[in-house]
Write a new protein. Structure first.
Length: 95
């Protein structure tokens, strides 16, 4: 069976194209799996950061309460509420 040289070249080119396509598919799937794994890791990191953010917001709100601020003012700054005789009310001038 003698194949025509032109047919042989076409068959080789088609075979090379099939092999190249197969390799391309394998590479694309591998990259897709790697990107999906990276996406999952980033989603887990986002979840962890959101939990941390919520905890920090709760902690901030606990530190910003009036009793906490008053306690820090008394303990660390040695501040105290003024006596009734020390309070002066300043009225806004009328226009």
């Amino acid at each position: 069976m003698n194949a025509h040289p032109r047919q042989l070249v076409i068959a080789l080119l088609l075979g090379a194209a099939i092999v190249a396509t197969g390799v391309g598919i394998v590479v694309a799937r591998h990259e897709a799996r790697q990107l999906f794994a990276e996406l999952e890791a980033l989603n887990r990191e986002q979840d962890r950061l959101e939990i941390d953010w919520g905890r920090l917001r709760l902690e901030q709100s606990a530190y910003a309460t009036h009793p906490r601020i008053e306690q820090v003012a008394r303990d660390q700054l040695s501040l105290a509420a003024p006596a009734a005789g020390q309070i002066v009310v300043v009225a806004e001038p009328r226009q």
